[in-house]
Design a protein around this ligand. Structure first.
Ligand code: 8YV
Length: 327
């Protein structure tokens, strides 16, 4: 029998995933779950056949340069791969894979929860109760905005965007979307979604804008000061994608001058740092990057990672292999 693959996990994964990894591979775990620094990552890629990183690991060209000849796969635990230099990996013939699909429903739940939380002032209401400040019902207290009949603009209509569209439709929202490619007519009909070729044309018409696109050089600061200014003053922005898609300083400035009614954010431009201008504002709901944080999602992500490694081990192309951006 040939030697087992040396698989290095950069963070703790669910017990069941780690156990399976140890059954199948020569798996090296990160038992105290510290975030690895650059030197530790370089040492890991130097001796591994497969690296299993997460969003907290910056796998840049320098780290990939340090890879040993045996490194064949970087099997990311997560869907977004903006922390990995896929082109540098491809140049060294190292495959990069991710875990698409398995976290779409949970992420869409979080986007929907943020829409509800911001539009119906859920966190404000809960805070009022926990402070013992409920003085009784009044006709004008804690008024939010109705979801039913309001317009949701989804930016990025992949699996997560589509899962959000299904939820929003059930809440009676009118679903609109902007995407690089238009969906086929059947899917558009099923989702009840209206396509906008131009993001600039869509933004001024929406009550809620939800970001569901990946972070790429093209989507960096997609929500710039100029595009934020196109939104209606009573509209809100929801971000469960990546912080870099929004110019966070411009978002704070828009909220400050009430050019935007609120925001619901799960991700931050300089994560884990949060722009102080976003904190402690009643109209802003902040979450600690937990959209995919369910036991089921984490286990499914682990299984997807294992599938990619096993497929490579069996001499086939990992199903979630990512291609480098076109030069
Ligand atoms: C993951 C995410 O938890 O998968 C993604 O892209 O943003 C998160 O939900 C994280 O990336 C794990 O690496």
């Amino acid at each position: 029998m040939s030697a087992r693959l040396k698989v290095i996990l950069t963070r703790r994964l669910p017990d069941s995933v780690e156990t399976r990894m140890r059954e199948l591979f020569d798996a090296e775990l990160n038992l105290d779950d510290h975030a690895m620094g650059k030197d530790e990552l370089k040492a890991a890629v130097a001796r591994a056949d497969v690296l299993v990183p997460t969003i907290t690991d910056v796998i840049d060209a320098e780290v990939i340069e340090a890879a040993g000849d045996r490194l064949r796969l970087i099997a990311n635990f997560g869907a977004g791969v903006d922390h990995i230099d896929i082109a540098a990996a491809a140049a060294r013939k190292i495959i990069v894979s991710n875990t698409p699909g398995v976290l779409a429903e949970d992420t869409a739940d979080m986007a929907m929860a943020l829409i509800l939380a911001v539009r119906r002032r859920l966190i404000e209401g809960a805070a009022l109760m926990s402070q013992g400040d409920f003085a009784g019902w009044t006709p004008t207290a804690m008024l939010g905005r109705r979801l039913w009949g309001s317009r949701l603009g989804i930016v990025g209509m992949g699996r997560i965007g589509q899962a959000l569209a299904r939820r929003a439709k059930a809440f009676g929202m009118q679903v609109h979307y902007h995407n690089r490619h238009r969906l086929n007519v059947g899917l558009e009909e099923e989702l009840g979604a209206t396509y906008w070729d131009s993001l600039e044309a869509m933004l001024p018409r929406m009550d809620v804008v939800s970001l569901n696109c990946p972070a790429t050089p093209e989507t960096y600061h997609l929500m710039s000061a100029e595009r934020l200014a196109l939104m209606k003053p009573d509209a809100v922005l929801i971000n469960t994608a990546r912080g870099e898609v929004v110019d966070e300083a411009a978002l704070v400035a828009a909220l400050d001058r009430r050019a935007l009614a609120g925001a619901g954010l799960d991700v931050y431009e300089h994560e884990p740092a949060v722009n102080p201008g976003l904190v402690n504002r009643p109209e802003v709901v902040l979450m600690p990057h937990m959209a995919s944080a369910t036991q089921e999602s984490r286990e499914d992500m682990g299984e997807r990672v294992i599938l990619n490694i096993k497929t490579l081990e069996n001499g086939h192309r990992p199903p979630d292999r990512l291609l480098p951006p076109m030069a």
